[in-house]
Design a protein around this ligand. Structure first.
Ligand code: GLP
Length: 240
């Protein structure tokens, strides 16, 4: 389905969504590298993309294109130790970074002693890097993208946010704050793919796509972006 300049692509199930997404992501990366000589991509953590990463690190492991790819971490819990599984840094490493030969992995240090200093450092990194070529996103049940939680208004590229009760519950963590790329950074990406899978995401996907553009649902801002594709499976439409 074409929605304005954007596409909604519905897959029959999660497996098909993952296989197709992995293939498409590789194809897009190759095209970007062909055109620009390198690719800057952002990848989320969470459950939704895990099958995609499994395919990327097995079926596409030896693709030489990885050497031209800079990967950016989207978010991290404040106080999470990058060496422990609780951190998104660790999770991204396990999922992909340790398995393919990247040009560069730009990552956050949740354990940084001075968190404002770490925020500024990361913001500098992101600024110097410039717009991401391709950004893969998941969506929180409350409509957050990365950890840009509802209601957060900021002009920063990277922010430290308080996590909502719902987010802490969903992610089963006790961390109360997180570093995150903000909507400002997210919406600068040239191309965005939002992934949603499962019945749990049905309501928020509807709000994000069809509801008012509002900070109450950060993902609704994707309606203002002109290269966003939303990939979801049948269960995320409520049709099971
Ligand atoms: C987490 C992450 C997001 C992720 C989202 C969805 O809180 N900060 O980057 O996209 O929630 O996670 P899941 O795919 O597990 O539903």
């Amino acid at each position: 389905v074409k929605l304005g300049k954007n596409f909604l692509v519905l897959f029959s199930d999660d497996r098909f969504l993952s296989v197709s997404s992995a293939e498409l992501i590789m194809e897009k990366i190759r095209k970007i590298v062909e055109k620009k000589g390198e690719a800057k991509i952002g990848l989320p953590t969470g459950n939704t993309p895990q099958k995609i990463y499994e395919l990327l690190r097995t079926d596409y492991k030896d693709d030489p294109v990885w050497e031209k790819v800079t990967l950016v971490q989207l978010d991290e819990y404040v106080d999470a130790d990058p060496l422990l599984p609780e951190s998104f840094h660790y999770q991204l490493k396990e999922a992909l970074v340790n398995h393919v030969k990247l040009k560069r992995f730009i990552s956050l240090n949740g354990k940084a002693e001075d968190k404002e200093k770490e925020r500024k450092r990361y913001e500098e990194e992101i600024k110097n890097l410039g717009a991401l070529d391709l950004l893969l996103l998941g969506i929180g049940r409350n409509g957050h993208l990365a950890f840009h939680e509802p209601g957060i208004k900021t002009s920063n590229l990277v922010e430290i946010v308080n996590l909502s009760k719902e987010t802490k519950e969903d992610n089963r963590v006790n961390f109360s704050q997180a570093f995150t790329l903000t909507l400002n950074t997210i919406l600068k990406a040239e191309e965005i793919i939002l992934l949603a899978s499962g019945e749990r995401k049905k309501e928020i996907i509807q709000k994000a796509i069809l509801g008012a553009v509002s900070l109450d649902v950060p993902a609704s801002y994707l309606q203002t972006h002109n290269q966003t594709h939303i990939f979801f499976d049948r269960s995320a439409t409520g049709e099971g």
